[in-house]
Write a protein that binds this ligand. Structure first.
Ligand code: ADP
Ligand code: MG
Length: 311
């Protein structure tokens, strides 16, 4: 069985959001312990991951050093974080496998995701990225064509497009490596966003792709039997934050779509996870799971988390 595990922010940063190298390595070690249990259970695992805090750090470096070294575009930041997090995860996974007596090679692949040039996200950027800036700092960057939103007392924040992932261009490499026995890290941050120009050339764009929606598409195209979204809560919950919270266990995809339409899942957090598992189940007829990192083995067995089934 092939399982795609999508790791959330808590798998790559400290509980307080800290993203120092030490924080990231410590979080990766915990996450890869859980993933190693899955590999030890005989599953072929593909790992993908978020990259929000890491890209945020790179953007700060861009800003602070702009007068000294040329700032790099957002797609380059995506590529850099795929590479860095890929090797950090491999470094953590290999000893975790060795402790379990499992011999499997690991690989990290830099992958591109094609988006549409005319995606509505580009005309109305809405995804906040990077740190809050003062009005004057933002004004300087607006001069350079960036878009910012006034967030009141917190300051100004850059917004970029979050286009729909259309095609995971390097999915074939992932499948080939899985077939050859590798545990693969791929498509971090939803993939490096690129568009195809009329002459056929690919071009990186200033955008971020939702990592869970990218994971759903990758899982579908590599023919994964399960998509597992590993986050910091055990379930998607109805009435989240109210006195009447009700965790969702096994659920049919049509029912989960109905709950989403009723507004149960916040748009910047649980919403895209629910959308991602629904898409995967609808497109593949397989099973999608949302659960906490420590429960992924039971989640794959359908014994833990929100288990989304066709129907
Ligand atoms: P990750 O960083 O793992 O990708 P997020 O932090 O974006 O995940 O989303 C997980 C968070 O979503 C939970 O910690 C919880 O605070 C929030 N959340 C919002 N709505 C819900 C809901 N209906 N059920 C469960 N969690 C929810
Ligand atoms: Mg998070």
């Amino acid at each position: 069985m092939t399982v795609l595990v999508a790791l959330g922010g808590n798998a790559m940063t400290a509980a307080d959001g800290g993203a120092s190298p030490e924080d990231q390595i410590a979080a990766a070690e915990i996450a890869m312990d859980a993933v190693a249990d899955l590999v030890a259970a005989g599953v072929d695992v593909v790992i993908t991951h978020g990259n929000g805090p890491q890209v945020g750090n790179l953007l700060v470096k861009n800003e602070l050093s702009a007068g000294v070294v040329p700032p790099v575009p957002l797609d380059w930041c995506g590529a850099q974080t795929q590479a860095t997090l890929g090797f950090v995860l491999m470094d953590a996974l290999e000893p975790a496998l060795a402790r379990r007596g499992v011999r499997r090679p690991t690989a990290a692949v830099v992958t591109r995701t094609r988006v549409d040039q005319d995606d509505p996200g580009f005309s109305k950027p809405s995804k906040p990225i990077g740190r809050y800036l003062s009005r004057d700092e933002a004004a300087a960057l607006i001069e350079h064509g960036q878009q910012f939103e006034d967030r009141g007392s917190k300051g100004w924040r850059r917004v970029v497009a979050s286009p729909e992932p259309r095609e995971i261009l390097d999915a074939g490499v992932v499948s080939t490596l899985v077939d050859a026995g590798y545990v693969v890290v791929a498509n971090g941050g939803g993939g490096i966003p690129v568009v195809r120009d009329p002459d056929g050339r690919l071009r990186g764009v200033e955008a971020v792709i939702d990592k869970d929606l990218g994971a759903a598409l990758l899982a579908e195209v590599i023919g994964a039997e399960r998509l597992v979204i590993a986050t910091d809560v055990d379930h998607a919950i109805l009435g989240y934050g109210t006195a009447a919270e009700a965790p969702i266990a096994e659920v049919r995809v049509t029912d989960l779509r109905g709950f989403a339409a009723q507004g149960h899942f916040a748009s910047g957090s649980m919403g895209p996870k629910v959308d991602a598992v629904c898409r995967f189940v609808e497109q593949s007829g397989s099973i999608g799971v949302i659960t906490s990192l420590s429960n992924i083995v039971a989640g794959v067995r359908g014994e833990s988390g929100t288990v989304v089934v066709p129907g």
